[in-house]
Ligand binder design. Structure first.
Ligand code: CMC
Length: 385
């Protein structure tokens, strides 16, 4: 066993790869995809363009963009076999993330290129998964309400089509832009837990579906992608801006975590949360109702939590992206149990782009653990114990 090594719990501060995909400056609230600031991408770009950027490390020309979008649109359909699996799991009340994971896994059986491992084949497979994910999410939404599946509409962009497939109505330009922005903000984010899970799987040279299934599995928990759903229920528990002061003091005294706050890398305001907060202000004033109520609770919670955390010497715990997405999701009629699936659908591009980048110069990921148990114990046969 030797001398006890330094154990980096949670792999904090450990670099495991080089990348040209994204850069997070956690001290200064900055995030870039392939060198472009997240603020510019959220404002001027689209999810499809961001996906192209992450697979090809450059923005597309107009014709490349149109072709790329056409390929994505044509891949939206989900085979009946997979829809049946979704329907059965919905009937069993499985969690939507478990259904998404299973549906993506089952799609692998139907992909004719499953065993092809070139960069171009991997991008093609990734685009198929990426394009079908919203159809799977919409199917879950419809089946869980006893409604029929709606076929994708090929004249709509990625985000707009998801809203259409859920509600059967073409969204307004603003609604489509809100969801498209959410997709852009979640597309890629350094070596987070789910990306690392994808990479571990891909480093064994398992296929890209296996890597995406690993990513979905790791994203589910409330410390990662599940935080937006947890934040939504936290706002519901608080109930009104008037209850925030007492709620925060009580929560912090009981060492409860404020969901949607804190981050391993950002020690300042998450720039994605800033973009979402601004968008939510518009969402709340345009939609009113529950979205406006959630917005007033969230903004008050931010103010009080920052003050109370700072009194406790914790100035680096600030809102992350999951703090403000529940408001926009609610305005779009997306229920809380589906929040994490939208995050997953967006992050498929980040997982697969990172995997494709890594396997080009692959090395099996195989760290060590330090054994602290006993050795040379005497084995006692079963009938003598
Ligand atoms: N509320 C209150 N205290 C907190 C919070 C929070 N949200 N986050 C961290 N702390 C405290 C924590 O209790 C600990 O205090 P102490 O040192 O007194 O025990 C200290 O800060 C350090 O916490 P940690 O868990 O060691 O730090 P970490 O780097 O492992 O935590 C985190 C990162 C995201 C797991 C954590 O901040 C958290 O649990 N946040 C709430 C869940 C959440 O919003 N997750 C979404 C992350 S961003 C979207 C994504 O990429 O998934």
């Amino acid at each position: 066993m030797g001398e006890k090594p330094v154990i980096n719990k949670g792999l904090e501060g450990i670099y495991v790869a080089e990348t040209k995909l994204s850069y997070i400056d956690g001290e200064n609230s900055r995030l870039y995809y392939v060198g472009y600031s997240i603020e510019d991408l959220a404002k001027y770009s689209t999810y499809e363009e961001v996906a192209f950027l992450l697979y090809y490390y450059r923005l597309p020309t107009k014709s490349e963009y149109e072709l790329f979008k056409a390929v994505m649109r044509e891949s939206r359909e989900v085979p009946d076999e997979v829809l049946s699996i979704v329907r059965n799991m919905v009937r069993r009340r499985a969690h939507p993330m478990d259904i998404l994971r299973t549906a993506v896994s089952s799609l692998s059986a139907l992909d004719p290129e499953i065993d092809q491992r070139s960069r171009e084949a991997d991008i093609r497979k990734a685009l198929r998964i990426l394009s079908k994910a919203p159809s799977i999410i919409a199917a879950m939404y419809r089946f869980s309400r006893g409604l029929d599946y709606i076929e994708p509409r090929n004249d709509l962009d990625h985000a707009a089509n998801l809203i259409y497939m859920m509600h059967g109505k073409k969204p307004s330009e603003f609604e489509a832009k809100v969801l498209d922005t959410i997709f852009i903000l979640h597309a890629e984010h350094g070596m987070n837990a789910s990306t690392f899970a994808s990479l571990v799987t891909a480093s064994t040279l398992a296929d890209i579906y296996a890597a995406v299934v690993s990513g979905i599995s790791a994203l589910k928990g409330p410390l990662h992608g599940g935080a937006a759903e947890a934040a939504y229920w936290q706002y519901k528990e608080i109930g009104s801006p008037d209850n925030v002061e007492a709620w925060v003091k009580n929560a912090l005294d009981k060492k409860r975590r404020i969901m949607g706050m804190g981050h391993r890398v950002y020690k300042s305001y998450d720039p994605r949360a800033k973009i979402m907060k601004e968008l939510d202000r518009e969402v709340a004033s345009k939609f009113g109702g529950e979205a406006a109520q959630l917005y007033s609770i969230a903004t008050k919670l931010e103010e009080v939590a920052l003050r109370e955390l700072s009194k406790r010497g914790k100035v680096t715990i600030q809102p992350n992206v999951d703090f403000y997405t529940p408001i926009a999701y609610t305005a779009l009629g997306i229920p809380p149990e589906l929040f994490t699936t939208i995050f997953a659908a967006s992050r498929i591009v980040g997982w697969t782009a990172k995997v494709i980048e890594y396997v080009e110069n692959n090395r099996l990921i195989r760290p060590l653990d330090y054994y602290i148990g006993e050795l040379d114990k005497k084995y006692v046969p079963l009938d003598q114990r």
